[in-house]
Design a protein around this ligand. Structure first.
Ligand code: HPA
Length: 267
């Protein structure tokens, strides 16, 4: 445990919180934090080893509290590999979630779609991933547990729960394989054609290193993407970050309902 002091600090200021579910809020999902009751808020600036959450639209806060009867620890804002060149930039926050008692990690992100039926403003549950960057957040780790089994990394039971919730709320939940590109430049159309051949359905610049770290720490994982654009070469629209944030707003209601209902039925 590299960051005992951080966990002690959090415990000392958040008595009575026993989070079971960690949540990482990606681009456009910051407002989901408004649903948290009995909040205790920590700025990443006060938590040693937590990143500067750089990209516009990300706040950089750890929030402990409760949503629909489930105790949560919410990371509002993430750092990306492309900001620092460190693939393990989210290691301490995820280790902290584990040390606080979380057993599950729900990840959200913004992604481009390679599936014609999954249009901007829709949502997609990830069932697997392809690490296309060649880097790994466990580089340098010496424990034997670094050889993490990545089969069923996206927990089948959690995925099934999300399907059930989506069904009951009439939410269209696409499913697919996410491919991680380093960014920060968007992909070329040729890269997207290659990704399609490899079996990808969504593309993005985050999440995969976090899933690897979460599995390393023994957390169960589920991940939902907000589709903000069709991947490069699949539509005539220009890819911009501002555009991503605009389209993310369209999917906000669906993903918020999905997460809230999931937490209502957790356990
Ligand atoms: N590519 C990579 N990352 C993204 C995209 C994309 O098309 N859309 C949102 N994040």
């Amino acid at each position: 445990m590299a960051q005992n002091n951080v966990v002690d600090l959090i415990h000392s200021k958040s008595e009575g919180h026993n989070p079971k579910v960690g949540i990482i809020l990606g681009t456009g999902l910051g407002p989901f934090a408004e649903n948290i009751k009995n909040k205790t808020i920590f700025s990443y600036d006060d938590l040693y080893g937590f990143p500067d959450a750089g990209v516009k639209g990300h706040a950089g806060q750890l929030i402990l509290g409760e949503i629909n009867g489930t105790e949560v620890a919410v990371l509002q804002g993430r750092a990306h590999y492309y900001e620092t060149g460190n693939p393990d930039v989210m290691r301490i926050p995820i280790e902290t979630l584990k040390d606080l008692g979380c057993e599950t990690l729900l990840l959200t992100n913004a992604a481009g779609s390679l599936l014609p039926e999954a249009q901007p403003g829709s949502i997609m549950m990830l069932t697997d991933h392809i690490n296309f960057t060649g880097v790994n957040p466990l580089f340098g780790e010496t424990e034997t547990s670094r050889f993490v089994d990545m089969a069923n990394a996206y927990h089948p039971t959690l995925c099934e729960k999300f399907r059930t919730v989506a069904d009951s709320k009439n939410i269209t939940l696409h499913e697919g394989v996410y491919i991680w590109f380093s960014g920060p430049s968007f992909e070329t159309p040729a890269e997207i054609r290659a990704a399609k051949l490899l079996g990808a359905d969504a593309v993005g610049m985050s999440t995969v290193p976090e899933v690897i770290l979460a599995r390393f720490y023994g957390l169960k994982v589920a991940a939902i993407s907000i589709i903000t654009n069709m991947a490069a070469g699949m539509s005539d629209e220009h890819l911009t970050h501002a555009h991503s944030i605009e389209n993310a707003k369209k999917a906000t209601n669906d993903i918020q309902t999905l997460l809230s209902e999931f937490l209502l039925n957790y356990k």
